[in-house]
Design a protein around this ligand. Structure first.
Ligand SMILES: *Cc1c(COP(=O)(O)O)cnc(C)c1O
Length: 477
């Protein structure tokens, strides 16, 4: 059993001791001074290092193994990105530096904006957003402000029932009423149902394409036309951009506002809460609504531009998560014209796995998919082990489980996204593990139900864990 660091504490143990002299704190007002001793574990520097190394070894990450977490695009993040993002000129730059002293950083931001314009087809970009959901919030604020300046009070935002939860949350935070449009038997937005919902009260339709089932919305051009005819805007959730790079773009599909998840598509390690970046792109007529400052170039120097007529204001302090921008720019330069093959390979990998696995798991929508696909664990549940158990059992085989129970419209959903960066050999290993688990459930569902067996933490009581978290690490649980 791993002890917590306080249990390793031995009185008097120290790392480097800089000074034995008491520090002079006379200049600090007494009311701000600590009354009691500071409770710190007392360990040597070596023991502190061992402790944290031991904890980090228990983590699962993309460097440990295959991580097919649908919707999240857990791809390989080239290590050279980290090297470049940690260059002193970037990471020691003060955010309040004058423009003339930060030309390199501004140039990088400007050129990243230009690249993202090309990739999305949009006419202007802000890099401020710090995650996908933050980009959505920014986009919805733009929608709100756009109609306000037009003197229109549109109250509704239409969102498909397959949407990611952040979509209704972002629209709701901007005061919009969310209206769900159902999916049809093909897993796509039901256009006839949509027509019934569209009227002069609708501000926007929020969609992701391919949708969260990994399916391309075939009627997207018609949907965009219907929305525009009703005076509404089209919002594109770009979390699934890994499926379309260089193949198509949201502009071609008819969208007006787009957010990207740089940490997903453009390779920044993510999970556990960030850091990410969620730039937002808009078409010409919405340019003036972007948050300030945007980065511009006058032919000689790069500068921060504040005078946007209808700007929604600032949505993030300073520059957004600048280091994530550096990594995304490196990735785009390094990949260059083969960005298209990134998406093509991601699509090929997903279809390969889907075809292999559909003989063993229910495939609710048996059509070609884009970069991910959704299986149902209905058959396995009937045999005695649900999707949750399949996911836990995969950990015994050293795989990170796929996204489960999302999208909500598929029972016992397993959303699998292999990405382009895995070899066929690795995909085959995962396929074999999934097939083996399906077999195990037929023979001995109990064993699968009680998995994982080989991980540092065994099966936990999820309700207890959520209500009464005990953050000590145990092997006896
Ligand atoms: C990940 C994701 C989001 C939210 O992005 P964050 O960067 O996690 O805030 C929104 N929509 C979809 C479809 C996603 O997969």
């Amino acid at each position: 059993m791993t002890k917590i660091i306080f249990e390793k504490s031995i009185k008097g143990m120290r790392g480097e001791i800089l000074t034995e002299e008491p520090v002079n704190v006379d200049f600090i007002d007494k009311k701000y001074l600590r009354k009691n001793d500071f409770l710190l574990p007392e360990v040597t520097e070596l023991e502190a290092m061992r402790h944290f190394k031991e904890l980090s070894d228990k983590n699962f990450c993309i460097e440990t193994g295959f991580y097919p977490l649908g919707s999240c695009t857990m791809k390989y993040n080239p290590k050279v990105n980290e090297l470049l993002a940690s260059l002193e000129g970037f990471c020691a730059l003060h955010p309040l530096q004058e423009d003339e002293d930060a030309q390199g950083a501004l140039e990088l931001m400007y050129k990243l904006q230009e690249s993202l314009k090309t990739i999305t087809g949009m006419d202007a970009i802000t890099l401020q957003g710090s995650a996908g959901a933050h980009g959505e919030l920014c986009g919805m604020m733009i929608v709100k402000h756009y109609f306000k300046t037009r003197g229109e009070n549109r109250k509704k935002v239409i969102i498909p029932d397959s949407a990611h939860g952040t979509n209704p949350a972002s629209a709701g935070m901007c005061g919009f009423e969310v209206v769900n449009v159902p999916s049809n038997e093909k897993g796509q937005v039901d256009v006839e149902e949509l027509k019934k919902l569209l009227n002069s009260d609708v501000a926007a339709i929020m969609m992701t394409n391919p949708n969260t089932l990994g399916l391309f919305e075939e009627n997207i051009s018609e949907i965009a036309r219907l929305a525009h005819d009703a005076g509404a805007l089209m919002y594109y959730d770009g979390a699934n951009f890994n499926a379309i790079m260089g193949i198509t773009n949201p502009k071609i599909m008819g969208f007006d506002i787009v957010h990207l998840n740089l940490h997903k598509t453009f390779s920044t390690p993510h999970g556990g809460g960030g850091p990410g970046a969620g730039p937002v792109g808009v078409v010409e007529k919405l340019k003036e609504f972007l948050p300030v400052p945007v980065v511009d170039f006058d032919g000689e120097k790069y500068f921060r531009k504040y005078d946007l007529k209808n700007s929604i204001g600032k949505i993030k302090e300073f520059w957004g998560n600048f280091n994530v921008l550096v990594k995304a720019y490196c990735y785009i330069l390094m990949t260059g014209k083969s960005l298209k093959s990134v998406s093509e390979d991601a699509i090929l990998s997903a279809n390969y796995m889907k075809e292999k696995l559909k003989k063993h798991y229910k495939l609710p929508y048996d059509v070609p998919c884009m970069h991910e696909f959704v299986l149902s664990g209905d058959i396995q549940k009937e045999e005695g082990a649900s999707t949750l158990a399949v996911a836990k059992r995969l950990m015994d085989y050293n795989f990170h489980p796929p996204t489960i129970y999302f999208p909500l419209i598929v029972h016992e959903a397993m959303m699998i996204e292999p990405t382009e960066s895995e070899t066929k050999a690795r995909l085959d290993e995962f396929i074999d593990a999934m097939i083996k688990i399906a077999q195990e459930i037929k023979e001995n569902p109990e064993n699968v139900l009680h998995s994982p067996h080989n991980t540092p933490v065994k099966k936990v009581d999820e309700t207890q864990a959520a209500r009464h978290p005990d953050l000590r690490y145990r092997t006896d649980a």
